[in-house]
Design a protein around this ligand. Structure first.
Ligand SMILES: Cc1cc2nc3c(=O)[nH]c(=O)nc-3n(C[C@H](O)[C@H](O)[C@H](O)COP(=O)(O)OP(=O)(O)OC[C@H]3O[C@@H](n4cnc5c(N)ncnc54)[C@H](O)[C@@H]3O)c2cc1C
Length: 373
């Protein structure tokens, strides 16, 4: 197979991170070539399942907030450039023990960054959001700038916009390796070898396989999302039922969304999934997958039935400290790895794309909070 003409940046994997990076790189005028075995917006990686939470008062660390505010602007820019509805602001509820990590973290993040928010105790919650059942020791924080994103639509919109700006996207093309070549790289694929000045590896759950020699501390986890029927869909509409995350007494996290289909709400368990390999992952849904979701809704939500109308399997790619991996390959100059998931990366995707463009084209450093230790 012959060599193909060179690009400034080759993007390996056109999921959330790769499609957004291709968009931001192409917007800067870089020559971009992108590869993916599947069409952007597919349901075999980590960016499917109809909705993703967007939130700004980040309990994980107040240092994320400026990045999230920038991400929000970029989500709106992508909406404008592609005429797609991608982000719906509903407000967001963080519910949990008063002294728990979630509530304290959201309040600290909101206070430090002057974000509009409101504390609600159990009786205020029962008046304002009667869908949620709170115990005496539990409170909620409502933050204004939270809502949900539409992942499949967003990834395909970013890829389409990148193409419109001149990127060449090779769909149906699997990358087998990236090698050094003169001052740049050669991307070896199922459809030939492609030269580029630099490569950005954004292969999500497949990143550990493509970067085996780096021994990155990544663990892929099988995660199940469930859709449960509700008795009064109007009570779970986006204007009545904000997105929520909830810390359990045992320190686990559950989260959920308003209805988008007019009959059910999506609820899921954060982490707690089994280790997985993206090529052999069990994509069947088992009783044990939906039981924890059913148990949670039965104990904590009013008006949600036990009827599971849909359930889907997805993958987290986790680092030990739940931050993202942004790394240069010391053995391969010109190769950067962006693996940003740990189960909370989607909302950051456009800002990560912008940071990658700044890093690859201008040599700018990315903020420390993004790096895994
Ligand atoms: C169930 C679930 C719920 C989540 N909830 C939230 C949430 O509410 N909010 C939030 O912000 N984040 C959330 N996340 C995290 C977020 O969705 C992920 O961080 C993000 O989608 C990961 O994007 P990615 O680009 O790294 O991976 P992907 O989107 O999976 O992209 C990787 C791409 O690489 C391609 N690829 C793989 N191997 C190769 C190869 N050899 N050659 C070429 N291409 C290749 C794949 O086909 C794929 O398209 C959730 C994740 C899951 C699974």
């Amino acid at each position: 197979m012959g060599r193909h003409s060179s690009a400034d940046v080759a993007v390996v994997g056109l999921g959330a991170m790769g499609a957004m990076a291709a968009w931001r790189l192409a917007a800067r005028g870089a020559g971009v070539i992108g590869f993916d075995p599947y069409r952007p917006g597919h349901d075999l990686g980590s960016s499917h399942g109809d909705t993703r939470i967007f939130r700004t008062a980040y309990f994980e660390s107040p240092d994320y907030v400026p990045l999230l505010q920038r991400a929000q602007l970029l989500w709106r820019l992508l909406e404008k450039e592609t005429d797609a509805e991608l982000l719906t602001i509903t407000g967001g509820l963080a519910i949990g023990p008063r002294d728990g990590e979630l509530v304290a973290g959201v309040v600290a993040s909101a206070r430090q960054n002057d974000l509009p928010h409101r504390l609600l105790d159990a009786s205020e919650m029962s008046r304002t959001y009667p869908q949620h059942l709170l115990k005496k020791n539990e409170v909620a924080v409502f933050e204004n700038e939270a809502g949900f994103l539409r992942p499949e639509r967003a990834v395909s919109a970013a890829a389409a916009r990148a193409e419109a700006l001149g990127a060449r996207l090779m769909i149906g093309t699997q990358v087998t390796s990236v090698e050094a070549s003169g001052s740049g790289v050669v991307v070896v694929t199922s459809r030939g070898r492609f030269e580029a000045e630099q490569a950005l590896i954004t292969a999500g759950a497949w990143t550990p396989k493509l970067t085996r020699h780096l021994h990155l501390p990544l663990k892929v986890q099988r995660q199940v999302m469930g859709w449960l029927a509700v008795t009064d869909p109007a009570g779970f509409a986006p204007d009545r039922f904000p997105v929520f995350i909830r810390e359990t007494d045992q320190g686990g996290v559950r989260y959920g969304f308003p209805t988008t289909d007019g009959r059910s709400i999506k609820v899921a368990v954060h982490h707690e999934g089994s280790d997985a390999d993206p090529d052999t992952i069990d994509r069947e849904i088992h009783r044990a997958d939906v039981e924890p979701i059913r148990d949670f809704t039965r104990e904590n939500l009013r008006g949600v039935t036990g009827e599971v109308v849909d359930a889907r399997v997805c993958m987290y790619t986790n680092t030990p400290d739940d931050r993202f991996i942004v790394a240069r390959d010391a053995s391969l100059p010109g190769v950067t790895i962006l693996s940003a998931c740990s189960g909370h990366g989607f909302k950051f995707a456009p800002v990560m794309g912008e940071l990658m463009a700044g890093s690859l084209l201008d040599g700018r450093a990315v903020p420390a909070i993004i790096h895994s230790a």
